[in-house]
Design a protein around this ligand. Structure first.
Ligand code: HEC
Ligand code: HEC
Length: 200
């Protein structure tokens, strides 16, 4: 019995060494990603020009979602729209659900008109508090799902999550294949229908 255990341990150790050796052989810091050479040098990044789509909004072709309920990439030119500022958010002017259908744009979804964090305040000392009690960590803020009658401030800066896509020739092959649970979910989202999935 003891011998079998010893033999098994030896096999396990040998396997570990084989993997460690293989890993050591295949991954070197100068062959990670598209940077050729040492990761500690800045001047060896292989350049490629950033080429965003120049088709104007209304004439572009939408890009398939990267995975189910991923934020869609901006398919059109964003010239003159970025950066978004408090006085100038052109994205809303076309994507507001009241306007979007008339300009053939996708409406800002319900999830962006929802509060996912309970309201807390900040006291004079800069501490987070709820109902007069100080919260030790921001992780104490509860997750909620509360519909709002306006766009959530957390969604105001669209470009924090939605990005235009640059056409590049040197991007390494991506082997990820998204698995959509519905046939139409590669070009629309249904997050609010299943946002509580798996939550007790
Ligand atoms: C002039 C109106 C207009 C403005 C301004 C505008 N969009 Fe769009 N957007 C559209 C239209 C129309 C489409 C649909 C694709 C097309 O026809 O070009 C679209 C498509 C998109 C998509 C892809 C949606 C999908 O379902 O795949 C995203 C994301 C997006 N826009 C985000 C933005 C953001 C972020 C801004 C601000 C930086 C912005 N848009 C500004 C009209 C606009
Ligand atoms: C915090 C990240 C975040 C911000 C900020 C954000 N979005 Fe989104 N957006 C998402 C994600 C994630 C999805 C896909 C899941 C969903 O529908 O919520 C999405 C989906 C969308 C869709 C597709 C809806 C559909 O039915 O297919 C549009 C259009 C959109 N967002 C526009 C905007 C605009 C315009 C802004 C700025 C006013 C914005 N978003 C800000 C993360 C964000």
């Amino acid at each position: 019995m003891k011998l079998t255990k010893l033999a098994l341990s030896l096999v396990a150790i040998a396997t570990l060494f084989t993997f460690a050796y293989a890993a050591n052989k295949t991954i070197k810091d100068d062959s990670i990603g598209i940077r050729q050479g040492s990761l500690f040098q800045e001047d060896n990044v292989v350049g490629d020009k950033t080429q965003y789509n120049t088709d104007a909004a209304g004439t572009s072709t939408k890009i398939d979602r990267a995975f189910e309920n991923a934020p869609p990439m901006i398919s059109h030119d964003t010239e003159g729209m970025l950066p978004i500022t408090i006085d100038n958010n052109q994205c809303i002017s076309c994507h507001d659900p009241m306007v979007a259908p008339s300009v053939n744009a996708t409406s800002i979804p319900k999830s962006h008109f929802t509060n996912f964090r309970e309201d807390v305040s900040i006291d004079k000392k800069g501490e987070l508090e709820r109902d007069g009690k100080i919260l030790a960590n921001s992780s104490d803020i509860k997750t909620i799902v509360k519909p709002l009658d306006h766009l959530s401030n957390a969604r105001f800066n669209c470009s924090a999550c939605h990005a235009p896509q640059s056409d590049s020739k040197i991007v390494p092959k991506n082997n990820f294949i998204p698995d959509f649970r519905g046939t139409d979910l590669n070009n629309k989202s249904n997050l609010m229908d299943n946002v509580s999935e798996g939550v007790k």
